[in-house]
Design a protein around this ligand. Structure first.
Ligand SMILES: [Zn+2]
Length: 169
């Protein structure tokens, strides 16, 4: 049984308690964009005390800034955000593989299928050092000409073992 079957009942409860959230503005009230990992253990709303309507939460594998750039440009230029917080986390899957390995895995899953060679064009943007990866992403955003120059950029680590955050840069 697919997991999507479990959507309906919780959503009915959620909608029944939706309150006045239907009147929230499109632009985030904190003028904040958070870049964080897609890891299923992370709940940025809960662990940062953010409510609906307050911030963009841009998620991808690793919370990698380069991968988030498209969304960041939209967030800043069209929806008024002026601050970015990058969160990477302990126990991240991005610390456990490298791009050549993953390309090989995909291609070897169906060796006769030449269409899978398309994976050779994908950089999976893995990182071997957690703390350095946060510093690198903050530098990437601060130096990127497509990010507004007045943007406040901070870098953080979330600990999946404790639920605690700590600022890196
Ligand atoms: Zn992760």
């Amino acid at each position: 049984m697919s997991a999507y079957h479990d959507f309906v009942s919780p959503n009915a409860d959620y909608a029944a308690n939706f309150g006045d959230k239907g009147s929230l503005a499109l632009a985030p009230t904190k003028k904040l964009a958070i870049v964080t990992c897609m890891d299923a253990r992370l709940n940025a709303y809960a662990h940062l005390g953010i409510k609906e309507g307050e911030a963009h939460i841009i998620r991808n594998a690793g919370g990698v800034a380069k991968d988030a750039l498209r969304s960041i440009i939209i967030s800043q230029r069209l929806l008024g955000t002026r601050e970015i917080a990058v969160f990477h986390h302990t126990g991240c899957g991005m610390l456990t593989f490298d791009t050549p390995q993953l390309r090989k895995l995909v291609k070897e899953s169906d060796p006769g299928n030449t269409a899978l060679q398309a994976v050779d064009n994908i950089d999976f943007l893995e990182f071997p050092d957690l703390e350095q990866s946060v510093k690198d992403d903050v530098t990437y955003l601060k130096e990127n000409p497509l990010v507004l120059p007045e943007t406040t950029v901070t870098g953080w680590i979330y600990e999946v073992e404790t639920g605690k955050i700590r600022r890196v840069v």
